[in-house]
Design a protein around this ligand. Structure first.
Ligand SMILES: [Zn+2]
Length: 175
């Protein structure tokens, strides 16, 4: 890129003013990584960060668990036993399922089964309409990923890579 050294200016409307923000030169690496190699994930429409989900839906404390965390404002619920029995009695609109997908971990609306890790029960119900998904983390190809490099452990990265430990995939947590 020829203009790599030229700072780019962006303007954001903030409180009625235009805030001029100058950001540095474009990273040398290509793709989704910034200059530290840390991946940047941008939420798409219908995707929420965990933080904004908490603010919007207000997840509740788990009143059943034998291992309460007094410092937590809200808790997860287990997928078995008394906690699962409780989840089944809830309106699905108040329930979100934490699922572990192939390349991401997410909260999805309602009481899901496939790849479930845990549940949340929220004070504010979600509304039927376009789905909302809470993106907890995304796995993506590390800078060292090379599809031709697969080793006996099914890893595609450089052994000892600081970012991925050699797996070839790095996990980015949103928030
Ligand atoms: Zn790596």
């Amino acid at each position: 890129m020829v203009d790599e050294e030229v700072p780019r200016s962006l303007c954001f409307p903030v409180g009625g003013f235009l805030l001029s923000l100058t950001i540095g030169a474009a990273p040398v690496s290509v793709g989704l990584h910034d200059r530290t190699g840390h991946q940047m994930y941008e939420l798409s429409e219908g995707e929420l960060s965990f933080e904004s989900w908490v603010a919007k839906y207000r997840p509740l404390k788990n009143h059943i668990t034998k291992y309460p965390d007094p410092s937590a404002d809200f808790d997860q619920f287990e997928t078995y036993g008394e906690e699962w029995e409780f989840i089944k009695t809830q309106d699905p609109h108040n329930v979100w399922t934490y699922i572990d997908g192939d390349s991401s971990s997410l909260l999805v609306q309602g009481t899901a089964y496939v790849n479930r890790i845990s549940y949340y029960v929220c004070e504010v119900p979600w509304i039927d309409g376009p789905d909302e998904t809470v993106v907890i983390s995304i796995d993506s190809e590390c800078m060292c990923f090379d599809s031709s490099r697969e080793d006996e452990d099914g890893e595609y990265g450089v052994d000892g890579c600081d970012l991925c430990g050699g797996s070839g995939y790095a996990t980015e947590y949103v928030d």
